[in-house]
Ligand binder design. Structure first.
Ligand code: TYM
Length: 333
């Protein structure tokens, strides 16, 4: 007798805001690709989240296309994983409302990302920016995933999603799976190359502080050569060597080597040699992604076919969970 073992489920999303960075890649995307064989995966471009910050419509549209194309360029396979665009599955917004009414104001007010973003965009502290983690909870809970692969900066949002799921199940009966965060050991928090106290982020005004997944080889190597280090010497992980520690983490996450192996490899070498080696390793890893991307983005109609098909498949799953939740709350269907 052949026993059918159901694969565990994975869901994650990425915002289509600006260039995606090496931080996005090491914190999340690289894992997505690694997980697609073993798990039943669903990945989305979280375009609804992007408008919590003011976006230029034409630019947003173009970034949604290019982020979707990048997912394919990374090696995510629409035959194996469901790949879609969040706004094309209306259950996300609809469930978000129901979940909002089951989330406390105080819970949202604690979110550190809200505090950071509202300080940065003080002219546009909109309600969406505040309630964004509820939409993120809806994104997750609709698909009943067991694991959500994200970088460390999303951990707090994941915890809220778990709290919301547990509370809803307690009040209305079992509807949602309570998911686990899946955070990589190396690369969960890639820091800025110019200020290793800050997370690497595409919204950083200093373009030398981040590496885009689609940067060309020379740009990547130049950015690593300019990376800020301390004035000492020695290549080892230490609290007072944050720049070097960040580069060790990046090199380890790219090559799969442990911290000890990296330290040993560069024993007695200078900072210059090390920065060049990290830049080259990153450039080698990202080059095929860029080559794939350039081909994929050129065929807009194929992209449209793929994201429409992905949205249909996603909606089938989302609608089931959504209707179940609505029924439990007491709506007439
Ligand atoms: P976003 O779009 O800011 O980032 C996408 C993923 O990249 C990770 N990441 C990093 N990891 C390590 N080091 C960094 N410097 C770094 N910068 C970004 C993030 O942790 C994330 O995993 N709210 C989410 C998107 C989202 C989502 C969801 C995620 C919407 N709905 C449902 C999971 C499940 C966000 O803004 O990620």
């Amino acid at each position: 007798m052949c026993e059918i073992i159901e694969k565990k489920k994975v869901l994650s999303c990425i915002q289509p805001s600006g260039m995606l960075t090496l931080g996005n890649y090491l914190g999340a995307l690289k894992n997505w690709v690694n997980m697609q064989e073993e798990f039943d995966c669903t990945f989305a471009v979280a375009d609804l989240h992007a408008i919590t910050v003011r976006q230029e419509p034409a630019k947003l549209r173009q970034q949604i296309y290019s982020t979707f194309a990048l997912l394919l360029a990374l090696g995510l396979d629409p035959q194996k994983s469901t790949l879609f665009i969040q706004s094309q599955v209306p259950e996300h917004s609809a469930l978000s409302w129901v979940l909002s009414c089951n989330t406390q104001f105080g819970e949202m007010a604690r979110m550190t990302q809200f505090k950071d973003k509202s300080a940065k965009h003080s002219d546009n502290i909109n309600v969406g920016l505040f309630s964004y983690p509820v939409l993120m909870a809806a994104d997750i809970l609709l698909y009943k995933p067991n694991f959500v692969p994200v970088g460390a900066d999303q951990k707090q949002h994941l915890e809220i999603a778990r709290d919301i799921a547990e509370r809803f199940n307690r009040i209305y009966g079992d509807v949602f799976t309570v998911p686990e965060a899946y955070i990589p050991k190396a690369g969960a928090r890639v820091m800025s190359l110019q200020n290793p106290d800050k997370k690497m982020s595409k919204s950083d005004d200093n373009a030398n502080s981040w590496v885009a997944i689609l940067d060309d080889r020379d740009t990547i190597i130049r950015k690593f050569k300019r990376a800020v280090t301390d004035s000492g010497s020695g290549i080892y992980m230490s609290e007072d060597k944050k720049g070097i520690s960040n580069l060790i983490t990046i090199y380890g996450a790219i090559t799969g080597k442990t911290t000890q192996e990296v330290e040993k490899e560069f024993e007695g070498k200078g900072y210059g040699d090390f920065k060049l080696a990290v830049g080259e390793a990153v450039a080698d890893e990202l080059a095929p992604i860029k080559a794939n991307f350039d081909k994929i983005i050129a065929d807009k109609s194929e992209l449209e076919r793929l994201f429409k098909d992905g949205a249909q498949r996603a909606e089938k799953v989302a609608r089931k969970t959504y209707f179940k939740a609505m029924k439990k709350v007491g709506f007439v269907l």
